[in-house]
Design a protein around this ligand. Structure first.
Ligand SMILES: Cc1ncc(COP(=O)(O)O)c(C=O)c1O
Length: 495
């Protein structure tokens, strides 16, 4: 197929259909080849900060360039300098996979060019979103009282939920703001010490402030201590503060621990507080009937976030925000200027922008609709179960090796560990911890430098922990075996 000429690329309108076909096919060849050779790439490339900017011209070209030249530069300059999230050895953070079907879905979504801000600007975007939200809600075993929509990230979903919680607490901040209202007291949020930073960021953004996020202590298994939650709320109420919401995390970021959401829900209900559940990563496991016990009680939440772009193999971005209180989200964000009114159908349609801080929205439901049909729920369950099994196997290897320690239970597909060889005689506990912290920092660097796998770290109970997070759709047993072999090998070299 002929490549489009520069003239075609810059005609006064757009490519003709044949030109578009040729351009897409050329790009498809490049991306398929890239995925085919992904394992020959270092997951994290050996590049230094600032080394990429000089590779690119200081100004864009005045004259059109050929697609062939652009794609050649993409292969030479872009692909090798990417962190390879698509690599099966990507075991860092929580993996995000652009599964093959996800790539197809994104392509269809982009080509349709929908802005789903209003029903009128995308009837199918608005209504297919309702369908997909209902499919996922039911597949997670949640009741029909949950409605919702899709956002870009869990950070946005949680921000929206907390803004709604504030409205539900009667603060009328959307209209009156916070400034100059001492009668409001200090609005307070409660989340465990292990909750994701996005909760504090939401508090920063919403004018609640980080100081008003009460970090509730956790138990030995890194789950929120419900007695401490109850005590913190009571102390705040006695001090004249204004408790608003409790955030329970099902699958915390560091260790994937599971807060006791049923008991937390009881406390929230007793104090009339909004319950937000952050299941951004682990929510996907609710597709498995045998794993529902971990989620028992989340059906009483006011809002729940699950990210299909984490463990449901959707390309970034796709975050599902479910809520039983759409009215409160609307109270927090609805503002309809004349130019956005739907005069002939006022009140009869859902305009999703009324529930979100931003106006323009992508048609994310399309890619999820394609993805859910392509995998089927069974296909998703099989892959999630596979990841759970791989993590259990790895945890067993760690436990069986006296030179390593597992630093947290493994409820899902993430294993936290450290290399812990014996130290010199007479070493104090503090000395031992400092030695192991340094050793494990060297170890993760050494393993990541191989380029075969990519791991990230956290701190658990003050200790430097290496995380192995299994969730890339392409990850197989051999990649986890290799990660473990590299950890053992590099550890032996470090001594
Ligand atoms: C539990 C939890 N919540 C929220 C987030 C934030 O996700 P996002 O990047 O979609 O904002 C993460 C990210 O890893 C997470 O682990």
């Amino acid at each position: 197929m002929e490549q489009p000429t520069p003239e075609q690329l810059t005609g006064l309108t757009d490519l003709d259909p044949e030109g578009l076909r040729a351009a897409l096919l050329a790009a498809v060849d490049v991306l398929v080849e890239e995925l085919a050779r992904i394992e020959s790439r270092a997951v994290f490339p050996a590049i230094e900060p600032g080394s990429l900017v000089p590779l690119f011209p200081k100004a864009p070209p005045e004259a059109p360039e050929s697609l062939a030249a652009i794609l050649a530069d993409h292969r030479a300059l872009v692909e090798p300098n990417a962190t390879q999230w698509q690599h099966p050895g990507f075991l860092a953070y929580f993996p995000t996979s652009a599964s093959s079907v996800g790539i197809v879905g994104e392509l269809l979504m982009t080509a349709l060019g929908q802005n789903t801000m209003l029903w009128r600007t995308s009837p199918i975007g608005t209504e297919l979103e309702q369908v997909v939200v209902g499919w996922l809600r039911d597949a997670f075993g949640l009741p029909g009282s949950f409605d919702g929509f899709l956002t870009d990230t869990a950070s946005t979903s949680s921000l929206i939920a907390i803004a709604a919680a504030r409205e539900a607490a009667g603060m009328d901040v959307a209209r009156r703001g916070l400034a100059g209202r001492p009668e409001l007291g200090r609005p307070r949020l409660y989340a465990s010490e292990e909750a994701h930073s996005s909760i504090e960021k939401a508090a920063m953004t919403l004018g609640i402030g980080r100081d008003n996020v009460v970090r509730v202590p956790v138990d030995r298994e890194l789950r929120m201590n419900v007695g401490a939650l109850e005590a913190a709320i009571a102390a705040d109420a006695a001090a004249g503060h204004r408790p608003i919401a409790v955030v329970a995390t099902l699958g915390t970021t560091s260790s994937t621990s599971v807060d006791p959401v049923a008991a937390i829900g009881d406390v929230a209900a007793r104090h009339g507080l909004w319950l937000h559940v952050d299941a951004a990563y682990a929510g996907a496991a609710a597709l498995l009937p045998e794993r529902r016990a971990d989620f028992r009680g989340w059906e009483r939440a006011d809002s729940i976030v699950v990210n299909p772009h984490k463990w449901l193999f959707s390309p970034i971005d796709a975050s599902l925000l479910l809520t039983r209180r759409m009215d409160q989200l609307r109270a927090a964000f609805s503002l309809v200027p004349e130019y956005l009114r739907t005069l002939d159908r006022e009140g009869a349609v859902r305009d999703v922008n009324e529930y979100t801080p931003q106006l323009g929205r992508r048609f994310r439901a399309l890619k999820l609709w394609v993805l859910l049909r392509w995998f089927g729920l069974e296909g998703l369950r099989r892959r999630i179960r596979h990841h759970l099994e791989l993590a259990t196997t790895l945890a067993g290897w760690v436990d069986a090796d006296p030179a390593f320690e597992r630093l947290a239970p493994v409820p899902f597909s993430t294993v936290c560990l450290r290399y812990a060889p014996p130290g010199p005689a007479g070493e104090t506990t503090d000395e031992r911890e400092a030695r192991l912290d340094a050793l494990n920092q060297h170890l993760i660097d050494a393993v990541n430098r191989t380029g075969e796998v990519f791991l990230s770290h956290t701190r658990l109970d003050g200790r430097f922990a290496i995380r192995v997070a299994i969730g890339q759709v392409r990850t197989e047993a051999r990649h986890v075996e290799r990660a473990w072999a590299l950890l053992q090998h590099e550890a032996a070299i470090l001594g």
